[in-house]
Design a protein around this ligand. Structure first.
Ligand code: CTP
Ligand code: CA
Length: 224
């Protein structure tokens, strides 16, 4: 935007941010999870609050503490996260889906612990596709509401990575997509991040790298 980025420039904006990674329960003691730490989403929440926004943080199993001055709502599974986002979305000027949401969850949650003796040498799990929360929020967004998605990709070739990002931006229908390369040693637990932000046409609007806090600042500049 035209206003200078910095303290107070997001005053009056209501921003809902999901962060972390969902856990899909298998039985009372086990889940299927992912390696998202929640650091980038938490950095966004902290930076947005510091710039005057009123922030709801939908927190899925964060490995880092939630910031002060934000309204934290805990969500563990994809279904919990969807419920929390749908509840918060109508009052949001901006929605940011930084959480890593499980694409599939167990077809059934066993009421009792799965026992080896009942199962044998191999265990086959049936998983069913979860709803795409971001696509749903984008499709239902009200006029003026800005919806920002994230994309985690392991593709190493920069041109192919960009192509994946462009396809995903088109598929999700969000206003901006933050494209992120991830791997065994990149992305998740790291203090740093490198992102390319695409608009709804797939055009590059930001390339940023540095601390997750500085990357958060650059992303939030889109809103000021
Ligand atoms: N997302 C979501 N609901 C899902 C899966 C993903 O809202 N069930 C959101 C994520 O929060 C993120 C964006 O969609 O903002 C992209 O997630 P990503 O896993 O990169 O994309 P997918 O569409 O799930 O495609 P794939 O994992 O097959 O690459
Ligand atoms: Ca996915």
């Amino acid at each position: 935007g035209a206003a200078a980025a910095g303290p107070g420039d997001l005053a009056g904006k209501r921003i809902v941010i999901s962060a972390g990674g969902t856990r899909e329960p298998l039985d009372p003691v086990r889940f299927l999870g992912n390696r998202s730490s929640g650091k980038q989403g938490v950095a966004l929440a902290e930076a947005a609050a510091a710039r005057g926004a009123s922030v709801v943080l939908v927190a899925a199993n964060l490995e880092v503490p939630a910031p002060k001055n934000v309204d934290v709502r805990l969500a563990s599974s994809a279904a919990d996260l969807e419920r929390a986002m749908l509840l918060a979305a109508p009052d949001a000027d901006v929605i940011i889906m930084a959480a890593a949401v499980a694409d599939y969850g167990p077809a059934e949650v066993r009421p009792e612990k799965i026992k080896k003796d009942d199962t044998g040498d191999t265990l086959v799990l049936t998983l069913v596709r979860n709803p795409d929360i971001l696509a749903g929020l984008a499709a239902a967004r009200k006029p003026g509401q800005v919806v920002i998605g994230f994309a985690a990709e392991t593709e190493t070739d920069p041109a192919l990575l960009l192509e994946l990002g462009r396809d995903k931006a088109a598929r999700k229908g969000c206003d901006f997509l933050v494209l992120n390369r991830v791997g065994w040693s990149e992305g998740f637990a790291s203090e740093r991040n490198a992102v390319t932000v695409l608009d709804s046409h797939g055009d590059i609007v930001i390339e940023a790298s540095g601390s997750k806090m500085s990357v958060a600042g650059r992303i939030l500049d889109l809103l000021s």
